[in-house]
Ligand binder design. Sequence first.
Ligand code: C2E
Ligand code: CA
Ligand code: CA
Length: 670
Amino acid sequence: MTPVRLLVVGPVREQERARRALGAIAGYATSYALTAPQALELPPHDAYLAFDLATATQLLAGGPRAVLLVDDDPNPETDAAAAEEGVFVTRLDQLERALNHAIAHQNALHKLAESEQRHALAMQGADDGLWDWDVRNERLYFSPRWKSMLGYEEEELGEAPGEWLGRVHPDDRAAVQQAFEAHCSGASDHFEQEYRIQHRDGSYRWMLARGMAVRDGQGHATRVVGSQTDVTGRKEAEQRLQHDAMHDALTGLPNRVLFLDRLDQAIRRAQRATPQAAAAVLFLDLDRFKLVNDSLGHQAGDRLLIAVARRLESAVRPPDTVARLGGDEFTVLLDGVSDAHEASLVAERVHQTLRAPFHIDERELFVDASIGIALADADAAPDTVLRDADVAMYRAKADGKGRQAVFDGRMHQQVMRRLDMETELRRAIDEQRLEVVYQPIVQTATGRIAGFEALCRWPDAASEPAEFVPIAEETGLIVPLGRWVLERATSQLAAWRRTAAGVGLTVGVNVSHRQLADPDFDLALSEALEASRLDPRALRLEVSEHALEHAQRALTQLVATHGVRSHIDDFGTGASSLRLLHGFPGDAVKIHRTLVAGMGREPGAFEIVKALVGLAHSLGLEVVAEGVETATQLEHLELLGCEFAQGFYLSAPLRPEDAATLLEEAALRG
Ligand code: C2E
Ligand code: CA
Ligand code: CA
């Protein structure tokens, strides 16, 4: 460390006293001068020692510097006079401490001068207000700009710290005070804080204050000087961004992120409380929303969602959170509800609220929702609770529209089984471990086998098509599965048709709406027909009424380009309107087995089948009856003029080799 350069100024006698006192102190390079004018001739020193006030004052006049006055018998009067001039008074035996103090003070002033210059530079054009806090006297100087930022004139604000802190938003005040105190105590190297402060007009503005302390020899802050910048614009933009990230743009409701956060908070609160009632979650999915969207357009759909959001908000208590997860899915967080019954009452209230008609675009719309309920206890994971509520919602939907269901563990197992099945099924398709069986379709009048329906089997799994086909449809696996069945069935039938026993046989292949919607299905069909060299007219694409609603055009196109035929499957169970039937490009309907099964058992079933057969015939379509299990049913169908029949009474679905045997036997008999 370079030694402190000290200049002792005074008569030789005093110089001697100083020399003796300084002898005990290390770290000083001392020079001597007799008078102030002599001293000022010399280059500047770090500190000056004088023995009378007049000399001290003269030395100070030479520029800002640390000047000490040695006075072994101080009295208040000289002290005050010296302080006025900025001179430190000390006894000779306390010289070391006084020197340290004076030099430190000098350095602080120097730094302040520098930082004030910096500030002055920063301030030019920066539109900031300035403040200067005299910590010891609790007085604050505010620049005119500081005051005008808050809407006040120069003389309207005093110098009390309350003029500032008293206007800071109550929520921000403690933080400002803490930051200020932390800096004053030396815990931070500068003061910086954002806060809201009340403008004269009553509104709050966001400000950023920065400042730096001037310290005394002990490191205590004597002044803190700084600026204040209006950051309202940036702060509002930040808050808007943050709001947008947490809310759904359409309805303004909290989104999934915010919902999970609130749920998390509820769970955490429950961990600290007794009893540990955390929350219940309702998961809502609107029934038939897609219909509104498809038929009235997206704008109407959007308006409906907004109206639903408002109704949901009105159906819950203020502390509860209503959120929109996307699409027509909403969630409600019932804070502090730990009882399924209570949650279920709220769900019922939500149902009630939604039941009143909505008025959208001068139309009355009726909406209902399926609601799943899950309870969160104090150690639940938020996303698990949400998923459970989702699973329960699916159960509610499966039970029928407008229902509610409470989650239980078995539902989770079912979901897991479904997931496992999906994985297994994917593998089974890849590894060609599925099989196709063939169920004979018989001409009612003659008993002759007219053809077969190809039905898929999954021998490794204890799963019927009624279970795995819907999963395949949901996951899209139906596309590769269907393609594989199509290839198998066409080549099998082509092979049989080449034998004497199989001449003229037809084959029905089930085609799901997902396949019809797949742009590659057209190609798959060409390839199957080409590879098998099956006469296209022998192939019947079996399409359900439901699929027909969505894919009439695609089907018409396929029939026209490939020359294949098509049948309406499960006829009589869906909502097939005459309009659909009228445009149907195929040549037969298959009456669903439940209707056939009712014949002879349920009153009216015979009449329904009769009417359906009559309807089909009037449109020039043939009729295949499915699920024929008894001789009586077959007789009735024959009576009604139903051309073809299929069912266990005639034959169960057969493995290819068994079907071939059956064909040969029939040929021998025939
Ligand atoms: P579906 O097209 O209506 O097929 C007829 C179903 O009725 C078959 O069930 C058949 O075994 C069954 N059945 C036949 N005769 C009788 C009877 O006398 N009584 C009763 N109760 N049932 C009878 P399966 O094979 O379990 O297929 C169920 C459904 O799975 C099919 O209904 C079809 O929608 C779908 N499916 C099966 N294989 C395929 C496929 O390869 N592709 C597609 N997309 N769907 C398939
Ligand atoms: Ca079928
Ligand atoms: Ca059917």
